[in-house]
Write a protein that binds this ligand. Structure first.
Ligand code: LLP
Length: 419
């Protein structure tokens, strides 16, 4: 969680009053501070690259807005992409294909062909995918995603590295996968695993690195393969609660790089952070439109619901919330902050002590940069909202609000229903 400047009881983001942004652009809006994105990227890149050659593949599923991708392209980041849509967005944002690694799951032949066509390297998830890729191409550089049997994460829905999940080549088949790749004339250059999301301790990353190192050693001794890279995936957590500590990047980098450089001849370490880079750079601003006192509690009704930020409803995630135009007023009443979606589970925050609210107040929901806009939907026929970038006192619109026409554009009414 970032600390925000306060002037005259107003929250300031990127040098601008949050309430002024809400007024200018309308709400709900996601507001991203460009300097914060650059700072986060540099922090993680520098912690690792001081120790060994490093490539950061930004997991753009967290936020694939073209302006955000441009910022990271300028910083020198590379990309972890999971769909042809993400690949296309990154190419349009100026990433060359060699800066993109595609890690899909249950990938169709159609998608494989599109990736080959665009010269994007594929991190293979299954033996089926390998054989199907061989029908399309050979001689290509590839890597493998293994299931490391090391899983971690803040919620069972986001633990990916455990043995029971659908992801990766099973640990007991991974050496065979490389042998088969060579038989098929591929050039396997990397080894990858991803443990899960929102991991706050260093230990699971050290554990998965141990597994990757031991596989890399076997690849060297049994098949004579010297890897170009070992990719430890993403999943580095960020503090969502005010009293949580951030990840100790220096310790993380020490634990990971010392294992790789002492145990293997792999040249590079690769990481795929999404949340760490973009999570705390963005607030969601939403206006209080309705206040309701019930026998049990106060509801603050706002104009963003789980169509805009699904994490609280879907994972029970905590996002800190403040009143942007009453930033330093003391808490007076406890509210549930709820949206316009017709479901009881539609909440952004529960039981929050806030200054007494009035209609028109602007609520800032923190740490909304990762899996905020990218998981938003048009449920209840509500258009997706605007995104705004701020930097040192100026602001730019980086995504226009959708219109009702946008929502209806793809629907078709068969002519027989028109009579
Ligand atoms: N690499 C792979 C293979 C992944 O599957 C993911 C995330 C990442 C990297 C990036 O993880 P990060 O560093 O952002 O934690 N929607 C959930 C998170 C799901 C993450 C899915 N995979 C949420 O809102 O918390």
């Amino acid at each position: 969680m970032r600390d925000f400047e306060c002037i005259d009881n107003h929250m300031i983001i990127g040098g601008i009053r949050a309430a002024d942004l809400a007024e200018e652009y309308g709400t709900p809006i996601f507001v991203t501070d460009e300097e914060a994105v650059r700072e986060n990227y540099r922090a993680i890149y520098q912690a690792f690259s001081r120790r060994m050659p490093t490539r950061i593949n930004y997991a753009c599923k967290a936020n694939s807005n073209l302006a955000i991708l441009r910022i990271l392209e300028q910083e020198g980041s590379c990309i972890d992409a999971v769909s042809i849509g993400e690949v296309e967005a990154c190419l349009r944002a100026g990433f060359s294909p060699d800066r993109i690694l595609y890690t899909g799951v249950n990938v169709s032949n159609h998608e494989l062909a599109a990736l080959v066509n665009r010269n994007v390297m594929i991190n293979i998830d299954s033996m089926s995918e390998l054989e199907r890729l061989a029908e399309i191409t050979s001689n290509a550089n590839i890597s493998f995603r293994m299931n490391p049997e090391v899983g971690a994460g803040y919620h069972e829905k986001v633990v990916t590295g455990a043995r029971s999940t659908k992801f990766g080549i099973p640990k007991n088949k991974i050496i065979d996968a490389y042998a088969r790749a060579i038989e098929l004339d591929f050039c396997p250059v990397g080894l990858h695993a991803h443990i899960g999301a929102g991991v706050q301790d260093v230990k699971p990353f050290a554990n998965v690195t141990d597994v990757l190192v031991s596989v890399a050693q076997e690849l060297e001794t049994k098949l004579g393969i010297q890897l170009d890279f070992i990719d430890i995936g993403g999943g580095i957590g960020i503090p969502y609660y005010p009293d949580e500590e951030p990840m100790d990047l220096e310790l993380l980098a020490d634990e990971v790089t010392s294992r790789i450089s002492n145990g293997t001849s792999a040249k590079n370490v690769v990481l795929e952070p999404g949340r760490y880079i973009i999570g705390d750079t963005t607030v969601l601003l939403t206006t209080v439109v309705d206040l309701k006192e019930t026998p049990d509690k106060w509801f603050a009704g706002v104009d963003a619901g789980f169509n805009t930020l699904v994490r609280p409803a879907f994972y029970g995630s905590y996002h800190h919330a403040t009143v942007a135009n009453k930033f330093e007023l003391p808490g007076e009443l406890t509210y549930d902050i709820v949206g316009p979606i017709c479901e009881t589970g539609d909440h952004l925050a529960k039981d929050r002590l806030l200054p007494r609210l009035e209609e028109g107040d602007v609520i800032a929901v923190y740490d909304a940069g990762a899996y905020g806009f990218s998981m938003s939907s048009q449920y209840n026929m509500r258009p997706k909202c605007r995104e705004v970038l701020v930097r040192k006192g100026s602001s730019n619109l980086i995504r226009e609000r959708e219109s009702i026409d946008d929502l209806l554009r793809q629907d078709r009414i068969p002519s027989r229903l028109m009579i």
